[in-house]
Write a protein of this length. Structure first.
Length: 133
């Protein structure tokens, strides 16, 4: 049972800001370094704030956590408050689609890698192709 009201819990959770996620962004950074992929900027100030961006080449890479972005393979909705979580994850997925479409209309190449796919490194081939490497 929560010790604060719903309104207070909501206020607290809204104030939480993410910082570089250990399991996703840092692993991708390491892979980029190991593969000598350089020239990126982190959290470039465009729509969606991509995790990695090559502004001169208009390439944006988003690293999506499996839970928060509703990975069909490995994401599991919590068993409590399922209506809220289904809606929340649905909004995240809708936002992802909206951001991707908007950036593509602006001439950006948008790549997305899910947390569960980082280890395989398959996204690196698509990224290297987009970068012309």
């Amino acid at each position: 049972m929560d010790s604060v009201s719903k309104v207070e819990r909501s206020r607290i959770m809204r104030a939480v800001r993410s910082r570089e996620n250990e399991s996703t962004e840092k692993r991708v950074s390491k892979l980029l370094c190991e593969n000598s992929i350089k020239g990126y900027r982190k959290h470039w100030p465009i729509l969606g704030k991509p995790d990695f961006c090559w502004p001169g080449r208009k390439i944006a890479l988003f690293v999506d956590g499996c839970f928060w972005h509703g990975c069909p393979r490995c994401s599991k909705v919590p068993t409590t408050n399922t209506v809220y979580w289904d809606a929340k994850i649905g909004r995240n997925r809708s936002r992802d689609l909206r951001v991707t479409r908007s950036l593509r209309r602006q001439g950006w190449k948008v790549l997305r890698v899910r947390e569960c796919a980082i280890a395989s490194g398959k996204f690196l081939a698509a990224l290297q192709s987009a970068l012309g490497n």
